[in-house]
Each structure stands twice: as C-alpha cells, then as structure tokens.
Design a protein around this ligand. Structure first.
Ligand code: AMP
Ligand code: GLY
Length: 426
C-alpha cells in the first residue's frame, strides 16, 4: 500500500512510526514532514494546506491511502476533493469536519443530539456580545468560532476582561476571520480527559484513553498551548467507565450525524470535562490529538493501517484493537517563548544518546535539517520525548531521564507531567 501522510508535527511523527511498521506498507510519503518523520518516510515539500498540490502528487504517485494529521486540510475539504477523483482519504468529509471547524455548529449539534455541554450563546455582533457579558455570571469562556490553532479560547473572571477579549477577538481580529463569530459559555469545573475513537460513521472503536496538559508551565500555570505533555492510560477512570462516557458523549454525535445523512469517518476526538454532574463535552476535534497520539500509538499492538483503510473505504470491519498493558508518557520540549513568539534554527544536542534506549521514542514536533545536516529547532513544540513503562511512574522516570540528555538553546519542558496521576496511583 502506498501511503501519503499529511502534516509535520509530533502527532504525524508518531503516525509515521506506527504506519511504517505495517507489513501492508510498500511506500510512505510525508508532506511536508520533518527531520524525525524523514526516518520513516520520504518527505516532499508540499504544505499541509496546499490541497491542489497534494491532490496532484497523490494522483501522479497513485497513492492508495492519504492519512491527514491536522484539521486545516480536513476543514478545507481535502476528503471531498480527493474523493472526486477516486482517491481514498482517512479523515472526515468537509461537512463533518466542521464539528471542529465551527464551535457554534458543534454546540448546536450537541444541543440537537442531547449531548451534555456547557450552556452557551452565539454572537456575530461585538456590541451584543459585550452587552451579554456585562450581565452574565462570571467566570465565562469566550471562544472564537473558527480554527485558531488551539489558541481561540479565553477564560474570563470579570466583565472588564470579557469586554476586552471580545474587542480583541471580534474587532481587532487577533484570530482573523475565525473570530467573526464567538461562542460564549459557562465555565465548567473538573478534570479534563480526551476520548478518541475510530469510526466509519456507524461502528465505533475506542482508542486508549489519554490525558493532555494544556498549560505552558508547571502546576497548570501560564497560557494555553497545543499541549505540553500527555499520558495514557488516563488515571482514576476504569476502562468500563470510559465506555459509558463514549455512550453519552461520542455515540450520540456519530449516530445523530448518521441520521442526518452525514457519516463521520475517521478519528473523532472529544475533549471532556468531568464535572460533578458527569462528563460534559468541551469540544470535538476531527483528527488525532497532539500530543495524545504520541502516547496512544506506542501502546497499540494492532496494525493501524488496515483499520484506517477500512474507514477510508467506508466500512470498518475490524472489531477491536489490541493494547499493551504498559503506561506511556510524553513530555514536550518547546522553544523558549512558546506559545508566544520564539526563535528557530537552534541545533538540538543529545538525540543520538537516546536513540537506542529501549521503550524511549523521540517524536519530532518542530524540527528540520540544516545545510550542515544538523537537526535544528523549527517550531514552538520541538520534540515529544516519549517512554513506555510497567506503570506511569516508570514511564515518567524513563522519559525525564532521556530529556536530561537533550538540549537546545532556550528549550524548556514542564517538570510535572503525570504528577497528579502518580500521586493518585501511590
Ligand atoms: P476547546 O478548544 O474548546 O477545548 O478549549 C480549550 C481549553 O479551554 C479546554 O481544554 C479547557 O481547558 C478550556 N475550556 C474550554 N471550554 C471550557 C469551559 N466551558 N469550561 C472550562 N474550561 C473550558
Ligand atoms: N492536545 C489537544 C489537541 O490535540 O487538540
């Protein structure tokens, strides 16, 4: 099978690593890929959002399956354009990808299908939005409707901040057109959990559970990021209970869409808040999570490639996936300044030292090779240092041991990934 993988982050490196182990694979291309992905795939310099370029390439190379990592090409309709000329894509159609592409659309569907989610209002007029927040009970959460690279959500504790946030999002357009519309909702309290499933629009296969750490600094301080680390399985929640959660948060969405003749095919990711009243959906994503994928795939024993192909063909025939009992953790090393502005191009030292360490995987998130063939930093999140262990503590110690050998100028990571869970496990 000839496969084209789209994207260039840690999630795509984990996918490339996993796909490259499939006996069904004959050739793997990545567009555009990164220095780590190039260990498993031939990287071609076509941007992830250049759908026309990707389409031409896939047609010319007779690609059997295109696997899409990031949300942008999915929301732009890559599935539909490839489908028109008979090319298979693992990922949802444009219509169903809007579950991530528009928060208002997603919230309206949740209401329609009876899925628990925070009470909300949608505004297209900044004036009306401001009137609303002046009267609203605090705290509230203001969300740009469209895609904003995971940065479009602001929690406000008082009316003054809320009004200023509306000015920034809707008038100054800090997230561009994504902020023409906003969703304003009640702030929920609880622990967060990511639930990911594979589905063909009818059948659902759960992936291993994972927890993400979204804030930039230790003890959940600092700005929100794409994710600074994750671990799997998630603590405190037995697998049976995760099954129940899927029944109330994921199943009604897949079934509701199917009843509305919109079959959701691909990975469906539900970001949940475990409130006192049970799990509430914060958001859906139409793709694998990053860095959740970096901890889910090392635990997967089954071959993922045939499952993705079945979904791309519209019929999921696999019944279940097999998993390792081990725990997995990933710790993101980021560029100084991330998630704000940061410099690129710093050489990364120490990668060789961990290359052959058992059960340690260094997934590259933002790296490139420079002219001297050195691996250098090329993004905000640079590496996802991942380790498996008999339990979470063992995985944690192994990952931080690996990190102590890796350096680049300005690089930082959180020192507390998984700590709360390890406390609980004690
Ligand atoms: P989203 O992109 O909607 O998942 O939001 C990003 C992050 O903002 C979530 O992972 C939560 O940490 C936080 N968040 C979003 N909505 C809410 C809410 N209603 N209550 C509390 N936190 C929220
Ligand atoms: N880790 C959060 C996300 O992938 O959206």
């Amino acid at each position: 099978m000839k496969v084209l993988l789209i994207g260039s982050g840690g999630r795509e490196h984990a996918l490339a690593w996993k796909i490259s182990q499939s006996p069904l694979l004959t050739k793997l291309y990545a567009a555009p890929g990164n220095a780590g992905i190039s260990q498993h795939a031939e990287c071609i310099s076509i941007a992830a959002d250049d759908i026309e370029g990707l389409l031409k390439f896939a047609a010319r190379e007779k690609i059997d399956l295109t696997v899409v990592g990031p949300e942008v090409p999915l929301v732009a309709g890559i599935w539909d354009q490839f489908h028109e000329i008979g090319l298979k894509v693992f990922g949802p159609t444009r219509d169903t990808a809007f579950i991530e592409g528009s928060k208002a659309f997603s919230k309206d569907l949740m209401t329609k299908y009876g899925i628990p989610t925070a009470a909300y209002e949608v505004f297209t007029s900044p004036k009306e939005a401001k009137h609303y927040v002046i009267e609203a009970d605090m705290p509230i959460v203001i969300k740009a409707d469209g895609l904003a690279a995971g940065k479009g959500v602001v929690i406000c504790d008082n009316a003054k901040d809320a009004v200023a946030t509306i000015t920034q999002i809707m008038e100054e357009k800090i997230f561009g057109e994504a902020g023409s519309k906003v969703v304003i909702e009640k702030k929920l309290e609880g622990e967060e959990l990511s639930v990911l499933v594979l589905t063909d629009g009818k059948k659902i296969i759960p992936l291993a559970s994972a927890r993400d750490h979204k804030r930039a600094y230790d003890h959940d301080r600092g700005p929100n990021t794409g994710g600074m680390g994750a671990f799997s399985p998630s603590f405190k929640i037995p697998e049976q209970q995760i099954g129940d959660m899927i029944d109330t948060t994921v199943r009604p969405m897949v079934d509701g869409l199917a009843q509305d003749r919109m079959f959701y095919r691909g990975v469906l990711y539900a970001g949940l808040m475990m409130t006192k009243e049970g799990p509430f959906v914060l958001e859906y994503n139409c793709r694998f999570g990053d860095p959740e994928t970096e901890v889910i795939l090392p635990r997967m024993k089954s071959d993922l490639l045939p499952v993705m192909m079945q979904i791309a063909q519209g019929k999921l025939t696999t019944e279940t996936l097999d998993w390792h009992d081990k725990s997995c953790i990933t710790i993101v090393m980021a560029s100084g300044g991330y998630p704000g502005s940061y410099q690129k191009g710093f050489p990364i030292h120490g990668l060789e030292s961990v290359k052959s360490t058992e059960d340690v995987f260094v997934f590259h998130a933002g790296t490139a090779s420079n002219e001297q063939k050195q691996i250098v930093t090329a993004g905000g999140r640079v590496l996802a240092i991942t380790a498996l262990g008999e339990n979470l503590k063992a995985a944690h110690d192994r990952a931080y041991q690996a990190i102590s050998n890796i350096h680049f100028e300005g690089g930082f990571c959180r020192r507390d990934i998984g700590h709360k869970a390890i406390e609980v496990l004690k």
